[in-house]
Design a protein around this ligand. Structure first.
Ligand code: ADE
Length: 225
């Protein structure tokens, strides 16, 4: 069972995503567990302040280190695991780009704690002293780490045995290098046409029943991720 704990100031963003789809089923089957934590729970003041102005000036607000430190400290206690089986991830556009290989290594863990940045930034001491990993999901700037954390959960969850219906399918598409093979696919009808002069055909070779030829064609139309 892989447990994800998400630290965010917008826990409600996750409701519909986690409640629907295969992610919900994976939770019911006890293959993964996803818990949300409102960062404001770890603020000492009445106003539940999570952010402050940046030292040195500048526009925007910065998430404070103290509530994040306390949240991570308390959440670690919720799952006692060997240090090597746990990773604390900070989402930031300055992080290392998330990819299939990283998803693989995360899928072997027991506990993943994810810190969702917000506003214009996060006190750098979180990156330096709290997070084990800084991840970006791409070279663009989002409003926070909430979507990135959902991207990571989905990518990692589908690598866990029994989350997807067909384990054979998953295995077939994994190469030795632990990449994924994605190739073009077609299904019925053989010719799709909904107006004159339109005939979108399925490549003949796929209808031939010649497995060697089909393999060759797929080899040509694949991408290894
Ligand atoms: N926060 C804002 N933009 C981000 C990105 N591209 N990846 C991860 N976290 C982010």
């Amino acid at each position: 069972m892989l447990r994800f704990d998400i630290i965010t100031i917008f826990p409600e963003i996750f409701d519909s995503y986690l409640g629907a789809s295969l992610i919900n089923r994976a939770q019911k089957k006890k293959l993964i567990k996803v818990k949300l934590h409102d960062l404001r729970k770890w603020t000492p003041d009445r106003h539940k302040t999570v952010d402050d102005r940046p030292y040195g000036g500048g526009i925007g607000m910065v998430l404070k280190v103290e509530p994040i430190y306390k949240a991570v400290r308390d959440i670690k206690k919720l799952k006692r695991v060997d240090k090597r089986k746990r990773k604390i991830i900070l989402f930031t556009p300055r992080g290392k780009q998330f990819d299939q290989k990283t998803a693989y290594s995360l899928s072997k863990l027991s506990h993943v704690i994810m810190i969702c940045g917000r506003y214009e930034g996060v006190d750098e001491r979180v990156a330096r002293h709290i997070a084990d990993m800084k991840l970006s999901i791409g070279n663009y700037v989002l409003m926070g780490g909430e979507l990135p954390s959902m991207v990571v959960i989905e990518t990692v969850a589908r690598l866990i045995p029994r989350v997807l219906g067909k384990p054979k399918l998953l295995k077939e598409r994994i190469t030795k290098e632990k990449g994924f093979i994605e190739y073009s696919q077609y299904t019925r009808p053989e010719i799709f046409s909904s107006k004159k002069k339109m005939n979108w055909k399925v490549p003949k070779v796929l209808l031939s029943g010649n497995h060697k030829k089909i393999q060759e064609w797929r080899e040509k139309h694949k991408k290894v991720i």
